[in-house]
Write a protein that binds this ligand. Structure first.
Ligand SMILES: [Mg+2]
Length: 381
């Protein structure tokens, strides 16, 4: 079997899919994207595709090595995401060729279902409590929210009251048997995170995510030591070597992204690295159906897995939704806030190719918002 063609599709709300075709008629799908940099990743995918066309798709690891290391310069979000999508597509082809889901190729399922969390928004405590109640009524056992909007470099009393007030409202709405995670989104300075985290302790978040930006991973160890709330990070770490300082700093949860961190091949290895530090993974996935399908394949095959992010029905998916691009939507149906084990071969989904082709290039590329502080200077989003 040989790879004959690689195509890419930029679709709403902000995703990029790749389709890898073989001369056997087997087709694999991947989702190589960096949110806000889809056009750049698309170019990288087509550059890397030159290494694949004419080659045997089953040599996944050899392709991964060449794509990742074969042009001397390596790593970073763009290249690692391009590799990630193509890697997903190669695993999809392998599973479809052999007639088994990818998690069977990875050693078989280690769990019967995968716990997922939903996003909740709302500025006011009452608003966010209503959003949480809706998710609880939908069967979810866990939710995640942003800690805050734009943050001052050091929180004012009003900032602190807002952050703690929302967390208290969420805990109150959830009761003691469900969880919430709070995403700091890299908006906090390290000192600010140290100031805020102890004040959240009584609300018992499952974890606090990205309390500092990834470029300050060298500060994570001190933060972990000072925080009564478990610390999570990893969506902006793109390889085992990127993840190593974070796991050595003692984070509680690692959050590799299947579409950013080298795909199924590398996230599998990142999970193994985390396991040696007794750290579970919670794959980051605010992305589309192919990325979510790849996440689930890892979740079912990985012992040290905690919980899965997903963006079905999320408020910021405008113009396109996870379920718009799959034929068999049952795969992504929630059962008491959990995903059932996908049993179809490969990634376990049937991509709606007609819908993908119809949506391709029908919208401008998405860019993240640019925020500024009141004095006009740049603020982290
Ligand atoms: Mg995050």
């Amino acid at each position: 079997m040989k790879i004959t063609r690689v195509e890419t599709f930029a679709v709403p709300p902000r995703w990029l899919f790749c389709r890898v075709e073989t001369d056997d008629g087997v087709v694999g799908w991947g989702e190589p994207v960096v949110e806000g940099r889809a056009a750049t990743v698309r170019t990288a995918v087509h550059e890397l595709a030159e290494l694949l066309v004419g080659k045997d798709p089953s040599r996944i690891e050899d392709h991964w090595q060449l794509m990742t290391k074969g042009s001397f310069y390596r790593g970073g979000p763009v290249l690692s995401s391009a590799v990630a999508g193509l890697d997903q597509a190669l695993w999809d082809i392998a599973g479809k060729t052999l007639g088994v889901p990818i998690h069977v190729l990875l050693g078989g399922p280690v769990r019967d279902r995968v716990r997922a969390y939903s996003w909740v928004g709302g500025d006011e405590p009452a608003e966010i409590a209503d959003a949480v109640t809706a998710q609880v009524e939908a069967g979810f056992t866990a939710v995640k929210m942003n800690a805050s909007g734009r943050m001052n470099r050091l929180a004012t009393v009003a900032d602190l009251d807002r952050i703690v007030g929302r967390a208290e409202a969420v805990r109150e709405a959830l009761g003691p048997d469900r969880d919430f995670a709070v995403d700091f989104h890299g908006r906090f300075t390290a000192a600010n995170a140290r100031k805020v985290l102890p004040r959240l302790a009584h609300t018992n978040p499952l974890f606090a995510e990205e309390p500092v930006l990834p470029e300050y991973t060298h500060l994570l160890g001190d933060l972990v030591a000072a925080s009564p709330v478990p610390i999570a990070t990893g969506e902006r770490l793109f390889s085992r070597t990127d993840a190593l300082p974070a796991v050595r700093a003692g984070v509680a949860v690692l959050q590799p992204d299947l579409s950013h961190a080298g795909g199924i091949s590398e996230v599998r290895r990142i999970a193994a690295l985390a396991e040696t530090f007794d750290i579970p993974i919670a794959p980051h996935c605010p992305l589309g159906p192919v990325s979510l399908a790849a996440s689930l394949q890892i979740a079912f095959a990985t012992p040290n897995f905690l919980i899965q992010e997903q963006s079905i029905g999320i408020h910021y998916n405008t113009g396109g939704e996870v379920l718009d691009y799959v034929v068999d939507r049952e795969v992504f149906r929630f059962h008491d806030g959990h995903f059932a084990r996908p049993t179809a071969p490969g990634l376990g989904i049937e991509v709606d190719e007609a819908a993908v082709r119809a949506a391709n290039d029908a919208h401008p590329y998405w860019h993240g918002p640019i925020w500024r502080h009141p004095d006009g200077s740049f603020a982290e989003w």
